[in-house]
Design a protein. Structure first.
Length: 430
């Protein structure tokens, strides 16, 4: 029996993940062939700097300076795009690969969050596969779980911690009792932050990932613009400590769920019970929670980034292509995906409110009156020691709507007893 022809890869982008893919292909060549039924080989690569020492021998591979040329080579069956970026060479080369009849594996969440619908439709029209497990939650196989293992479920909610840098910062603030600015600088010096830190701490990177999961979970077109984004910059050490005092931890949490008013997608700091799986998540680890009507709740935890975990996800997609598995990009045909009707935080929840209350007679009564007028009832309240004429006040509300909270926040500014802007953080029960 003759050995099947190898599946030939062209890899664009030789950073941490690209080098990780090369290492796996070399280290596990026999294992990959045994599990897929055919060899997998790298024929050519592309990157910006040929002279850079990447710690692996690239001499046996052809080198292309232009990723579009790489993507359209006759001896490339699968174009592996690991450059990143929502436009530019990444977009041009992926589109060229599809037009040339090549399968595509990518780790590029920004590209798919902004152009996923058009690229998926092009892949279907060309009868090629577009896979992106590595774009969401690193080594956690959440895309495969949604498109395969849980395909028989109606998904009711997807949520998770999807940015390891933000989880590191919030965990470090809690463990070391350090303010945000200090921990941010630590993370920057350790190389944890993107070149544009706002992609991390502003929730943009995690929002890209959430929009992709939403599309698969709810059969909608990718709608990153519909994701409500709030980063972690306003979370203070006082919030960390006071949340812990009430049995909660603060996480940058992504939540997507279909409601009667439309698709709710939000990436924002939330309080979660300290004893819950999300509450116990430490450091740079990611966690995704999926809830289905038949399966109940599934929790997946693992490394959200790094050479090995992300390269592992890339190779999972490559090996499925080698096996001949052809699942639609977002779980069903792109032409059948419906436009997502955005809904803004319609599902009621309890909220944590923090404000600096002036030391004036009747101040608490005025705050309570504003909350009552907005339809927000108080579950519990704590007032801490005075500091130069003001005192931190923490309020946990009963279940209410975001609209009511926004009305209350607007009214508090007119009371004359609240200094600065109050902070409101949703409490997510998980």
């Amino acid at each position: 029996m003759s050995t099947p022809a190898p599946l030939r890869l062209g890899i664009a982008g030789l950073g941490t993940v690209g080098v990780g893919v090369i290492k796996i292909v070399r280290k596990h060549a026999k294992l990959i062939e045994e599990r897929t039924g055919r060899p997998v080989a790298i024929t050519a690569v592309a990157a910006r700097n040929r002279a850079k020492d990447r710690g692996v021998d690239l001499g046996k591979y052809d080198w292309e300076d232009d990723p579009v040329t790489l993507a359209t080579r006759d001896d490339v069956d699968v174009y592996v795009e690991l450059m990143g970026g929502s436009d530019g060479p990444a977009k041009a080369s992926v589109e060229a690969a599809i037009a040339a009849g090549k399968h595509v594996v990518t780790a590029n969440k920004a590209l798919l969050a902004h152009h996923g619908q058009a690229i998926a439709e092009a892949a279907e029209a060309a009868d090629v596969v577009l896979r992106f497990e590595a774009a969401v939650a690193g080594g956690i196989p959440v895309i495969k779980a949604l498109t395969e293992g849980l395909a028989g479920n109606e998904i009711t909610r997807v949520m998770g911690v999807m940015n390891g840098t933000c989880n590191y910062i919030l965990t470090r603030m809690y463990d070391a009792e350090l303010p945000y600015d200090v921990v941010f600088d630590e993370a920057d010096k350790l190389g944890f932050l993107e070149a544009d830190p706002q992609l991390d701490v502003g929730g943009i990177d995690a929002g890209h990932k959430l929009s992709l999961l939403s599309s698969i979970a709810f059969g909608t077109q990718v709608n990153f613009d519909g994701v409500e984004l709030e980063g972690i910059e306003r979370v203070k050490i006082e919030d960390i400590e006071q949340a812990a005092d009430m049995g909660y931890r603060i996480k940058l949490l992504g939540v997507a769920q279909m409601t009667g008013r439309g698709l709710e997608q939000r990436m924002s700091p939330c309080l979660v019970p300290a004893a819950s799986p999300l509450g116990q998540l430490e450091g740079g680890t990611n966690m995704v929670v999926i809830e289905g009507d038949s399966v109940g709740q599934i929790v997946m935890r693992g490394a959200g980034a790094g050479e090995g975990p992300t390269a592992s996800a890339v190779m999972g997609d490559v090996m499925d292509i080698a096996r001949g598995i052809t699942i639609s990009t977002f779980g069903k045909r792109a032409t059948d995906l419906v436009p997502a009707k955005p809904a803004k935080a319609t599902v009621p929840a309890a909220y944590y409110l923090r404000m600096s209350l002036m030391d004036k007679p009747g101040a608490l009564a005025k705050v309570a009156a504003v909350l009552g007028d907005a339809g927000v009832s108080i579950n519990r309240m704590r007032q801490y020691g005075h500091d130069e004429g003001t005192a931190p006040v923490i309020i946990v509300t009963h279940t209410t709507t975001r609209a009511a909270i926004d009305e209350a926040l607007s009214g508090l500014g007119a009371t004359g007893v609240v200094e600065g802007d109050p902070v409101a953080i949703r409490i997510e029960e998980v």
